[in-house]
Design a binder for this molecule. Sequence first.
Ligand SMILES: Nc1nc2c(ncn2[C@@H]2O[C@H](COP(=O)(O)OP(=O)(O)OP(=O)(O)O)[C@@H](O)[C@H]2O)c(=O)[nH]1
Ligand SMILES: [Mg+2]
Length: 205
Amino acid sequence: MNSLDYNKTRFLKSYSKITDIEIQDGIEIAFIGYSNSGKSSAINALTNQKKLARFSKTPGRTQLINFFEVVSDLRIVDLPGYGYAKAPLLIREKWQKIVYDYLKKRNQIKGFVFLMDIRFPLKKLDQKIINIALHKKVSILVLLTKCDKLTINQQNIQVNTVYKKLNFLLDFFEILLFSSHKNIGIKELKLILNNWYNQYIILNK
Ligand SMILES: Nc1nc2c(ncn2[C@@H]2O[C@H](COP(=O)(O)OP(=O)(O)OP(=O)(O)O)[C@@H](O)[C@H]2O)c(=O)[nH]1
Ligand SMILES: [Mg+2]
């Protein structure tokens, strides 16, 4: 079993549309979720690098498809968030199209890390991601982010609610409580991503 050193992750390249992506080898793990759900912060926490993925108090920080290389055949992909209500409609639609195109068409995607703010899970556009996931054979990990904002009791209620709703829709998925700020769930996230990578290595030997 390979245990990956996520601290060595480095920025590779950014793209504004999927037809520009020239890299074909290896696999990708996509970090997906609403704008401001904590995608870039989670990538920084995972890689133990404060400024690898740019994060911001202002939603809409990430506007391109950003590729990070963990090892030569494993990339982490930071996507623009969807649903930022204050962005002009045309811009919002442009970002959403980038995300959906990438998620639907890119065959290198091995897993979705699907992030939702634990206080506001399963919002309208999250449903779209679930539908895409249903049609693709990818592993799914749900991160309930910013869990430091709730008490343990409230966290458990949210985990149960999300679990029940997703269980109706998806055959298999995992849920993790996550906080980039309080270092919660990072070790577990690494283990799950290691498993996905190892499955790929075994199947492609
Ligand atoms: N309390 C708390 N705040 C967090 C946590 N993770 C991220 N945040 C905050 O949430 C805001 C958004 O974080 P980002 O990581 O930029 O979110 P994003 O999903 O990448 O946003 P977009 O790039 O706009 O799609 C920032 O102000 C972060 O500091 C967390 O674990 N706990
Ligand atoms: Mg971001």
